[in-house]
Design a protein around this ligand. Structure first.
Ligand code: L34
Length: 294
């Protein structure tokens, strides 16, 4: 069994990005600049955004954090987005999800200029991804592709089962792995809440990608011997014996599933840190005009 060390891989990729930034700056260009909008005080969102800002510092990017109270109106948030769209100093920006219930996430996503949509959530980028055109890939799927690539895991012709059909993980990763590309060319089955006999599918998987948000849902009996398991779940489970009062658990029952796997991602230290580096990679592309010419 091999552990896919997302934390270590993220560090390696950040070192590579830092070198590129140095080259850019030495060539007389400005540093890449990422802005993040954080609404409200959800502890998980705060921690993720903090990690994004810290990572920008590590690689030599400029960053701007726009913090707003949970009661901000939708129109005020849209105004902030318009300003970021128009601000030439900002290469790309994100609006951290989830947003408070009174704000329509779809409307917010649509308001972001696709050229600055380094999350890759805008339908323009999603559509371009689906057609294999230049685009910003959504951060978590992009991170998963990087893991497969850097660990030399061959997916071509393999049975790949994805659990969960969200717009930001399940749906895009299923499209990416079935594309005619590397990594890609997998035979993909996308399972969801209406899937009948889920275990019959998971047991066939050479590559199992789990993005359900259900702590320790996948047990050893659901996994084929030698499978590659990518655990996207990051669940905070109450635990009085833990320092912070909770522990992070994936969607996979790691201790019993890991011994059966050829490769597995841990939680924490797996997909999460790769989501952050993918955002940096997209921001670097935005700065260089690699996806949409400036
Ligand atoms: N707009 N909203 C937008 N873009 C995103 O890309 C995200 N996502 C998801 C939630 N909402 C978003 C993130 O940033 C999930 N996500 C994210 C980012 C980083 C980590 C996890 C999720 C991460 O670094 N996880 C660490 C543990 C962090 C902790 O201690 O809580 C890990 O090792 O898994």
């Amino acid at each position: 069994m091999n552990i896919i060390d997302g934390k270590l891989l993220a560090k390696t990729i950040k070192e590579e990005i830092a070198l590129e930034v140095e080259k850019l700056v030495n060539g007389g260009n400005k540093k890449p600049h990422l802005a993040a909008v954080l609404v409200g005080d959800d502890p998980a969102s705060q921690s993720y955004v903090r990690s994004k800002v810290r990572s920008c510092e590590q690689v030599g990017f400029d960053s701007t954090l726009v913090r707003k109270e949970a009661d901000i109106t939708e129109s005020d948030l849209l105004e902030i987005i318009d300003k970021l769209n128009a601000d030439d100093a900002i290469d790309g920006f994100i609006v951290q999800l989830p947003l408070p219930k009174h704000i329509n996430e779809e409307k917010i996503t649509l308001a972001i200029d696709p050229k600055k949509d380094v999350d890759g959530f805008h339908p323009t980028n999603f559509g371009r991804m689906a057609q294999g055109l230049p685009c910003y890939l959504p951060a978590t799927p992009f991170g998963i592709l990087q893991m497969l690539k850097r660990y030399d895991i061959d997916v071509e012709g393999k049975e790949c089962v994805v659990l969960g059909r969200s717009n930001i993980v399940g749906s895009p990763i299923s499209i990416l792995l079935s594309r005619k590309a590397t990594p890609g060319n997998a035979t993909v089955v996308l399972c969801h809440s209406r899937t009948k006999d889920l275990a019959a599918h998971t047991k066939r998987a050479d590559i199992l990608i789990v993005a359900l948000g259900k702590p320790e849902f996948i047990t050893a009996d659901m996994v084929k011997e030698g499978a590659v398991v990518i655990d996207v779940g990051i669940n905070r489970v109450d635990d009085e014996t833990a320092k912070r009062g909770y522990r992070l658990r994936g969607d996979v029952k790691y201790d019993e599933v890991a011994p059966k796997c050829s490769y597995i991602t841990p939680v924490p230290g797996g997909v999460g840190p790769m989501t952050v580096t993918s955002l940096l990679m997209n921001t670097l592309k935005a700065c260089k005009g690699d996806v949409y010419r400036k």
